[in-house]
Design a protein around this ligand. Structure first.
Ligand code: NAP
Ligand code: GLV
Length: 312
């Protein structure tokens, strides 16, 4: 069986091959653009951002695996073979790592870690009281899927009160939940730190913009780990500069990498992270994909399949 890979650049292929050799030695891994691979011999593809139209050129392809939890860069292909399962990569380690990132980001806003990092770079003993105790402020988590729910649980474990928002109504222990456009204003009014863990869809594009930010309590914090297209960066900058937002920890941008001249880099109240909210190791992802292929070969159902109707 041949699995072609386009994730992490061609230089990552030897590492992918070593990981799959450990968990699925029967799979033959080849680089996506390897001219010696007959397109008609390819069974599976593991991709992050395939060029539009390419997946449709593999006539024997049986399933597509995203190398991330969000498969928006794959689903954007107008020629994507819609008859094939497109599987999001959500091993348990991915949600754990996201929960860790969200907890770290919320705590860094509570401690004003950005201020401390700037003071340290100046050699300045800038003694100040932390802006708030994390457990004293409610965190609002937008998106109660695999990533959101694990983040909620990890925040709760730190004693932090949480509210949640999703497209459809959800019941989550210990969390007041809100759903849909009708539930958004009440959810935002409770969110003293807003965490975005939404997938990129037509509905969520540009959602983090002035109208939404205006509904947050004054002095709120923002943690963005969804997708860059969901955020209108000038609106976030304006809310920070007016003081309506106290701080932001931003992991995703449009475009990526964040351009060198972006005002976000040097902003004193923004922490920039380079899209690393949840990056499971290649071995963790290889194990997950190998397990999915084994299930698929047995005829068992696949987990975390992208739904084109919902768009995520
Ligand atoms: P998921 O399991 O599919 O969950 C998506 C959640 O978002 C669900 O709760 C869904 O509501 C909600 N949602 C979708 N559209 C909505 C809308 N229009 N209004 C309100 N809620 C909406 O996805 P996941 O695995 O948690 O991943 C979420 C996203 O996180 C990914 O798509 C990706 O963009 C991002 N991500 C980023 C990183 C990073 O490193 N920065 C890593 C992994 C993932 P329902 O529950 O009603 O369906
Ligand atoms: C990363 O952004 C992912 O979707 O896993």
């Amino acid at each position: 069986m041949i699995l072609v890979v386009k994730s992490g650049g061609e230089q990552a292929l030897p590492d992918w091959q070593a990981c799959f050799a450990e968990v699925a030695p029967q799979l033959r891994l080849r680089w996506w653009d390897d001219p010696s691979v007959d397109p008609a011999s390819i069974d599976y593809a593991l991709v992050w951002d395939p060029e539009p139209g390419r997946l449709a050129q593999f006539p024997r392809l049986r399933a597509i695996f995203g190398s991330g939890a969000g498969v928006d860069f794959i689903a954007a292909d107008p020629l994507l073979p819609r008859n094939l399962p497109l599987v999001r990569c959500v091993p348990p380690e991915a949600t754990q790592r996201m929960g860790e990132h969200v907890a770290w980001a919320v705590l860094s806003l509570a401690k004003d870690a950005r201020r401390m990092a700037l003071a340290q770079s100046r050699g300045d003993w800038d003694y100040f009281e932390a802006p708030f105790a994390a457990a004293a402020r409610t965190v609002g988590v937008m998106g109660l899927g695999a990533m959101g729910l694990r983040s909620v649980a990890m925040l709760q474990a730190l004693g932090i009160p949480v509210v949640g928002w999703s497209r459809t109504v959800k019941a989550v222990a210990g969390v007041d939940t809100f759903a849909g456009a009708a539930g958004l204003p009440a959810f935002l009014a409770r969110s003293r730190v807003l965490v975005c863990l939404l997938p990129a869809t037509d509905e969520t594009r540009g959602i983090i913009a002035a109208p939404l930010l205006a509904r947050l309590p004054p002095g709120a914090g923002l943690v963005h780990v969804g997708r860059g297209v969901q955020m209108v960066l000038p609106d976030v900058l304006a809310a920070l500069d007016s003081g309506h937002l106290a701080g932001a920890v931003l992991d995703v941008f449009d475009p990526e990498p964040l351009p060198a001249d972006s005002p976000a880099w040097a902003h004193p109240r923004i922490t920039v992270t380079p899209h690393v909210g949840s990056l499971p190791s290649r071995l963790e992802r290889a194990r997950y994909v190998a397990d999915c292929i084994a299930r698929f070969e047995r005829g068992d159902p696949l987990p975390n399949i992208y739904d084109p109707e919902r768009g995520y």
